[in-house]
Design a protein around this ligand. Structure first.
Ligand code: ADP
Length: 273
């Protein structure tokens, strides 16, 4: 219970109280820990649904830092990150954006899919990534010095890379990078069985289906079946759904609109179930 004598922790809403399950796949935990010790900005590169977000959650928990996540999109403006004046009954009131909140609280700020944001939005993070560690709140006339705990982390899916959507070198060169990919078969099956409660041999089959689909990347499929979709499949099967139906719903239909590709994926499923 909160009394006037016990000030509430403003970071409480952003603290991860339960330890997230994260199965390390290499030395990423040690490397991130060292980068965090120096508050180095870190970029997590890798395809969608391969564990980047789960990793940041687990690291925030392990390091005892609050975590503020922002899903970036092309409509996002600098004000959406930094903050803006709002009009209410009492006049105007400044409201911090998530980046500002993170800098004040000493949180890890995770900008998910940062290439989705426009370049003129992304540049607001630049002064936070060098030795100054400041965030100019121009509209408010404040120069915010980030709390010592603050760290910036971005995720980036190189698969979506195009000339129009790429990180500017001036942004890219401000980050150390950890490369993520779908875990190797044994580890991915372990994750799926653990996450979903489906039997291990079912998880092994799901991973083999995924490997077939991942070989089709660039041959009619933009992205392979992600670990996230395999988790969905395992969950449906653990709920008692027929495995073929579960796979169609979670591994085939979401991935393609093309009838031929649908057929190809369906036959991969029928090899195993
Ligand atoms: P991304 O952020 O890369 O798009 P997520 O971190 O959301 O992907 O991962 C999708 C899901 O895959 C997670 O919710 C989790 O169930 C599972 N997952 C992937 N990799 C791991 C891992 N190494 N340990 C535990 N769970 C994982």
């Amino acid at each position: 219970m909160t009394t006037p004598d016990t000030p509430t922790d403003p970071a409480a809403p952003y603290r991860i109280t339960r330890e997230p399950y994260y199965r390390p796949v290499g030395n990423e935990v040690e490397l991130f820990t060292a980068a965090h010790a120096r508050r180095m900005p870190v970029m997590l590169k890798g395809p969608t649904g391969c564990g980047k977000t789960r990793f940041v959650e687990a690291m925030a928990h392990k390091l005892g830092r609050p975590l503020i996540t922002v899903a970036c999109n092309e409509d996002m403006t600098a004000s959406d990150l930094v903050g803006r004046f709002l009009l209410d009954r009492d006049g105007t009131r400044w409201q911090d954006g998530p980046l500002t909140t993170a800098a004040r609280l000493g949180a890890i700020c995770y900008l998910d899919e940062v290439v989705e944001a426009r370049q003129d939005t992304v540049v607001v993070i630049h002064p936070l990534t060098d030795h100054r560690r400041v965030l100019p709140l121009d509209k408010k006339g404040e120069l915010l010095h980030a709390d010592p705990g603050f760290q910036l982390v971005i995720s980036y899916n190189p698969g979506y890379q195009s000339l129009m959507k790429d990180l500017k070198p001036s942004t890219r060169q401000r980050f150390a990078a950890l490369a993520f990919d779908y875990p190797e078969a044994e580890v991915e099956a372990e994750i799926i069985a653990r996450e979903t409660g489906c039997p291990r041999d079912t998880a092994d089959k799901l991973v083999q289906i995924a490997h077939r689909a991942r070989n089709l990347r660039g041959h009619g499929l933009d992205e392979g079946i992600s670990t996230r979709l395999l988790v969905y499949a395992g969950q449906m099967i653990a709920e008692g759904v027929n495995p073929t139906l579960a796979c169609t719903m979670t591994l085939v239909t979401p991935l393609t609109d093309d009838p031929d590709m649908h057929e190809t994926l369906t036959s991969a499923v029928s090899t195993f179930f």
